[in-house]
Write a protein that binds this ligand. Structure first.
Ligand code: FSO
Ligand code: SF4
Length: 527
């Protein structure tokens, strides 16, 4: 196997051998490569033809299923592979019987990509991995009934580009940057979809204490699945607790109206094997960041949508969560109140500072900057992960001076979201804007502040300090670069899939700084 798509890749260069660091086996990695090759074949066969909604959907699902920590299930991946092949054959029925060697509609052999010239491989990897991230957002919007023609067009274009031999570095660079622009549209679509379905988020205090009695833990990003679970558990004496990236759900009026949506259990995804050990409750995974379950809790792991793990119960598209509910009743929950504190010992966190809430305070923020009460704003966000160097983000936030604000989003916030950082100009110093896709909201806030100050985003007293792990971070980074945002601090390591030349180009062009130490970086930013 060969895979180097995520931050924890072996030796900071690539997972090879029998299994990856995430637990994905060589067999599964091979099927994921074949699936990606089949999607490229489908994109090629679709050129100049009327595309079908089925083909659009299989492309979104197939890309999402190959994102890190989503599908470990060979059968589920093979089903997607067969479906992609069937749709391709229906577009080009003659190709099945043709023996000519034109290659136009063939599935792509991903080994050709992995052995390409390193700069071409880097740019094609940026396109492929960025599309996998964007597909997750497109999928969440799709289940809420929202689709975007431009986003779909890009998936076909990007897949074609990954499989096309004739592109040079100069040809591929604009396709990479275009992905940043399209992903912005995709995140905007999801932002609209979430707000239409669940209302405008507003700040919410969330307890980290679990009440006695049966409960269900729900993880991932899919708010629609949470809504369905809350409906199905209503009046059954079962409480529901969010986990990981589901925490911002507490901010949406259409979700927090359910009194049995109680609080949050656990910290970021990489701690699940420890935190779920012997949990007297089932855990439902709705998107990614599933780790191979340990035997101490494997009988209580349930998956849905594209998340899948062999041997775990999968809830299919009809979304009948009865097996999860049954398991919650059977296990019975804790006998007494149980608090799992955050990593800094806090027992309460705040979320829900979506773009509307932050923009409502924009006047206060602008005034505080003018009067020098507020010196600087940091956006410290992105993914969490297991690498020890990620303590940087906790230490960075702890060391930020009291006349600074910290915006955060995505699961990297679990490094510091239980800290009590006080307030500034009547606003809490730490503002959780939501999930990783709420980067769209953070960008809107930055643009509004730049307008208020009559300057560019790069001239604001604002610095982005980002942590990456998987492929959604890739498409978000490309969106930031597309907007011309410079001086981003990025860590904990730089992507292994970037060649020295492409990395050098991005670092130079966008003045990206690899993180060093909180002391040095803070001194440089505030100088
Ligand atoms: Fe985290 Fe996982 Fe949202 Fe990612 S839970 S790491 S960027 O999947 O998606 O922030
Ligand atoms: Fe390795 Fe990450 Fe690929 Fe898993 S997803 S095999 S950890 S590079």
């Amino acid at each position: 196997m060969f895979c180097f798509q995520c931050e924890q890749t072996a030796g900071c260069s690539g997972c090879v051998g029998k299994a990856g660091v995430c637990g994905k086996t060589a067999v599964t990695a091979g099927i994921q490569d074949r699936l990606t090759g089949a999607l490229i074949g489908l994109a090629r066969a679709s050129e100049g033809k009327d595309r079908s909604p089925e083909a659009d959907r299989i492309i979104v699902k197939g890309l999402f299923a190959t994102l890190t920590n989503v599908s470990f299930d060979d059968n589920a991946l093979n089903e997607l592979l067969e479906e992609a092949g069937r749709l391709k054959d229906s577009l080009s029925p003659m190709c099945g019987s043709c023996t000519a060697d034109c290659g136009r509609t063939e599935d792509f052999d991903m080994n050709r990509l992995w052995s390409e010239d390193e700069d071409i491989r880097s740019l094609k990897s940026l396109i492929l991995f960025g599309m996998r991230g964007m597909a997750a957002y497109a999928y969440h919007a799709m289940v809420l009934g929202h689709e975007d023609r431009g986003v779909m067009d890009y998936f076909y274009k990007g897949l074609f580009a990954v499989g096309y031999d004739g592109y040079t570095v100069q040809d591929l660079l604009p396709i990479v940057m275009e992905l940043g622009a399209v992903n912005l549209d995709c995140m905007a679509m999801l932002d609209r979809a979430n707000r239409q379905a669940f209302g405008i988020p507003s700040p919410a205090q969330v307890s980290l204490t679990v009440e006695p009695g049966p409960f269900i833990v729900i993880s991932g990003h899919d708010l629609h699945d949470l809504k369905l679970l809350l409906e199905q558990t209503r009046g059954k004496g079962i409480n529901v607790y969010t986990h990981g990236e589901m925490l911002p759900a507490h901010a949406y009026p259409e979700l927090r109206k359910y009194s049995h949506l109680k609080g949050n259990f656990g910290t970021a995804w990489q701690n699940q094997q420890k935190e779920f050990a012997d949990l007297p409750a089932p855990v439902l995974f709705t998107t990614n960041c599933l780790m191979p379950p340990k035997s101490s809790y494997s009988d209580r792991v349930f998956t849905t949508a594209l998340v899948s793990y062999p041997g775990m119960v999968h809830i299919d598209g009809r979304k009948d969560f009865s097996p999860v509910i049954q398991k919650a009743l059977e296990l019975g929950g804790f006998r007494e109140e149980m608090t799992l504190p955050g990593i800094n010992g806090g027992t309460m966190v705040t979320t829900g500072f979506g773009r509307e809430a932050v923009l409502a305070a924009a006047g206060t923020v602008a005034e505080a900057v003018r009067t020098k009460e507020l010196r600087h704003i940091f956006l410290v966000g992105g993914c969490d992960g297991a690498r020890p160097g990620r303590n940087y983000y906790t230490d960075f936030v702890k060391q930020t001076p009291e006349d600074t604000l910290i915006l955060t989003l995505a699961c990297g916030k679990y490094r510091f979201n239980d800290l009590e950082l006080g307030s500034l100009a009547g606003i809490p110093r730490l503002l959780d804007m939501g999930q990783c896709n709420d980067a769209f909201g953070a960008i809107q806030v930055a643009i509004a502040l730049a307008e208020a100050f009559g300057c560019s985003v790069n001239d604001l007293p604002l610095t982005l300090v980002l942590s990456w792990y998987e492929q959604k971070a890739v498409c978000i980074l490309l969106s930031l670069l597309h907007l011309g945002i410079k001086n981003i601090y990025l860590g904990p390591t730089l992507p292994a899939f970037l060649s020295p030349a492409i990395l050098g180009y991005l670092v130079e062009q966008f003045e990206i700084h690899p993180i060093s130490t909180p002391e040095k970086d803070l001194a440089m930013i505030l100088a």
